[in-house]
Write a protein that binds this ligand. Structure first.
Ligand code: HEC
Ligand code: HEC
Ligand code: HEC
Ligand code: HEC
Ligand code: HEC
Length: 134
């Protein structure tokens, strides 16, 4: 079934959905990942950008919500830190710039973490990733 365009437009305005963000559209600009994900090398969380970062270029647009759809999400009982991984983003997130809408590249299941840790002789001690009872 096809909806008239004006209905779709007014629906999306009501829902106040953030405009989609495409890494692919922005790939040609060669922005460093850290331009938007400011703490991806220095803290546990990579974080998502704020509008003021987008406004560097989109000066003509009014402020709008930034999409922050979670593609990679660990349960709370797992400890993960970006800063502790001195690796290319692509090792876990794949070729982000080739994708208009991100799809998971590497599994975030325990077996996938442990496999890579073994491959790189990194720790597989339970306590590295879990806060187990002392
Ligand atoms: C060793 C694998 C690995 C590497 C390397 C890695 N990430 Fe991640 N990334 C993850 C995992 C796992 C999550 C989910 C974390 C969670 O839910 O706590 C994640 C989450 C994210 C998120 C969303 C949530 C947040 O704020 O953390 C962003 C954005 C992100 N990564 C960007 C990057 C960028 C940019 C780089 C390179 C500088 C990078 N990642 C390197 C595994 C990785
Ligand atoms: C370094 C400059 C720059 C930055 C920073 C930037 N953009 Fe863009 N963006 C562009 C260019 C260039 C285009 C393509 C031509 C156009 O629409 O002006 C574009 C296109 C877009 C589009 C429409 C086209 C599409 O399909 O993607 C959206 C939506 C968008 N950007 C959102 C954002 C958001 C959200 C941010 C911040 C997270 C952001 N941009 C940061 C330069 C930038
Ligand atoms: C101009 C800003 C901008 C740049 C540059 C940028 N990103 Fe993003 N990134 C975003 C935004 C905005 C989202 C949220 C998109 C969504 O919700 O659909 C995002 C989402 C992600 C996610 C998904 C996080 C999750 O799990 O939810 C990953 C992974 C990611 N980016 C990695 C990268 C990597 C790697 C680079 C460099 C190659 C990069 N990004 C460059 C703005 C940017
Ligand atoms: C692509 C390979 C790879 C993947 C996937 C990966 N890791 Fe790692 N991880 C490493 C390496 C290698 C190190 C050692 C530090 C370094 O050299 O980057 C490390 C270090 C760590 C550390 C610090 C350990 C310490 O105390 O020294 C934690 C915690 C960690 N990883 C958790 C995780 C979790 C949780 C996942 C899955 C969601 C994961 N890692 C997925 C390669 C990986
Ligand atoms: C490199 C990181 C890492 C190490 C080391 C690790 N785990 Fe995990 N573990 C995870 C992640 C990520 C999850 C959540 C995703 C999943 O369920 O696979 C998880 C989930 C679990 C769960 C919940 C499973 C479920 O089905 O809900 C248990 C129990 C667990 N781990 C026990 C352990 C024990 C015991 C050890 C030591 C032998 C260990 N883990 C070592 C990363 C790790």
């Amino acid at each position: 079934m096809r909806l008239p365009l004006f209905l779709l437009l007014s629906w999306s305005a009501l829902a106040a959905e953030p405009a989609p963000f495409s890494h692919k559209t922005h790939a040609g600009l060669n922005l460093p990942c850290l331009f938007c994900h400011k703490t991806a090398a220095s803290a546990e969380r990579a974080t998502f950008p704020e509008w003021k970062t987008c406004r560097t270029c989109h000066t003509e647009k009014a402020e709008q919500p930034i999409p922050s759809r979670r593609v990679y999400k660990l349960p709370d009982f797992v400890f993960f830190s970006h800063a502790r991984h001195k690796m290319e983003c692509a090792a876990c997130h794949g070729d982000v710039k080739a994708q208009a809408k991100l799809e998971p590249h590497r599994s975030t299941k325990m077996a996938a973490c442990v496999d890579c840790h073994k491959e790189h002789s990194a720790t597989v001690v339970c306590n590295a990733c879990h806060e187990l009872g002392q």
